[in-house]
Design a protein around this ligand. Structure first.
Ligand code: FEO
Length: 396
């Protein structure tokens, strides 16, 4: 159902309470999501972004309840991943000649997905579209989070339509940040940032600087996922500045898998040693085979250091460790330290191999790791505690 955002702007998107995975199964979205689409009605009418394909007909039918589609003068596509462009074919069937404003890369992506020769208008940073009392100003934002991405700023209402930027996978009937549990929203906003935007943090920093230098009033930030920031909207911009700048908290996370509990026991003893050396540090233990991968990557983001452990199996490491290390590599974490650990029976390669994975993922590895043959005895367990204490010393 459409919801009025301001006199001129109406939310016409789709709340997806059922979404539990995004990007195939790459990212968990246990709080659902929304595909926010906005109808801007001035003397001219513009529609900003659409929604994901499974909801295309529902979306178009709801839109018809809000406006005669023939009155839409412009379609603005800030970003053309299918969660925002999936309803374009159903919409354009009804209004085939309406111009689609997007970046040149956006046109390429739309053509590549839908193979239609629609009326594209390519825009660049600083280009404007006059709607009457207000104007839309386009700001290219490549890699936030695809090469085609742009933001659209609406004068008069002072709204930044930021698409993926500042969004969260968070389904909510309440639309605004002052109407929801902010702790929950920030938790989802961080998970979103880590798993979607973290690899592009230098671009985030540059784009925020550019927007701040425009020195325009921002009364509202309307992303295309999750809630709208209207109460102190710049709070999420300031938070992004922190997240984009080698963010870390006083936390150490141990990620491991275990076959017969030896590597788990090692993880617990290392954690005890860490606690002995630093009573204040937050310590989290996560079994990579059992915990949600997107939650693990979010904890890595918060950590100043991680320890990754696996038993040696088939002359290598556990497949869950291979999977999570590939996710961690791709997310390009910076300024974090690490080491490896693990139990083994005979060959014992896993620790060396994980050390190499950590180095390849950009972590500063502080030592050669620790191994334990078979099941840790009292001496081995004390050795793991000492390893934990020394690991903390190595962080200084
Ligand atoms: Fe929400 Fe990059 O799509």
């Amino acid at each position: 159902m459409a919801k009025k955002i301001t006199d001129k702007v109406t939310w016409v998107g789709k709340i997806d309470w059922e979404l539990v995975y995004f990007h195939g199964h790459e990212l968990s979205t246990y709080k659902g999501s929304s595909y926010n689409s906005y109808l801007v009605q001035d003397q001219k009418t513009a529609l900003i972004d659409t929604c994901w394909k499974p909801y295309d007909e529902e979306y178009v039918n709801h839109l018809k309840e809000t406006i005669d589609l023939q009155k839409i003068d412009y379609v603005i596509m800030n970003h053309n991943e299918i969660d925002h462009s999936g309803a374009l074919p159903a919409l354009m069937k009804e209004i085939p000649n309406v111009p689609i404003y997007c970046t040149k890369k956006g046109e390429g992506i739309i053509r590549g997905h839908y193979h239609q020769d629609w009326n594209f208008v390519n825009v660049k940073t600083g280009d404007t579209l006059d709607l009457g009392d207000s104007k839309l100003v386009f700001i290219e934002a490549p890699m936030l989070h695809w090469p085609d991405t742009m933001f659209t700023y609406m004068t008069g209402e002072n709204i930044l339509f930021s698409n993926d930027g500042f969004g969260q996978h968070f389904a909510s009937e309440e639309m605004f940040n002052d109407k929801v549990d902010l702790h929950e929203v920030y938790s989802e906003a961080m998970k979103y940032y880590v798993n979607i935007l973290n690899p592009y943090s230098p671009m985030v920093t540059r784009k925020i600087k550019e927007i701040l230098a425009m020195n325009v009033p921002v009364d509202m930030i309307c992303p295309s996922h999750g809630i709208i920031w209207r109460d102190n909207p710049m709070q999420i911009v300031e938070t992004y500045q922190k997240w984009a700048n080698n963010y870390q908290e006083n936390q150490i996370t141990l990620i491991y898998d275990t076959m017969w509990e030896s590597t788990r026991r090692m993880a617990e003893c290392i954690a005890e040693g860490i606690r002995q050396a630093d009573p204040d540090v937050v310590i989290k233990l996560m079994n990579a085979a059992k915990e949600d991968k997107s939650d693990i990557t979010t904890e890595v983001f918060k950590s100043k250091a991680i320890l990754v452990g696996s038993p040696t199996i088939n002359y290598g490491y556990a497949y869950s460790i291979g999977g999570i290390m590939e996710l961690i590599r791709g997310l390009k974490f910076k300024n974090k330290k690490a080491a490896a650990f693990g139990s083994y029976g005979w060959s014992g390669e896993a620790v060396k191999q994980i050390t190499e994975l950590l180095q390849g993922a950009g972590f500063a590895v502080v030592n050669d790791g620790i191994r334990c043959q078979w099941v840790p005895d009292t001496a081995h367990m004390e050795e793991c505690r000492r390893f934990g204490r020394e690991f903390v010393e190595g962080l200084k």
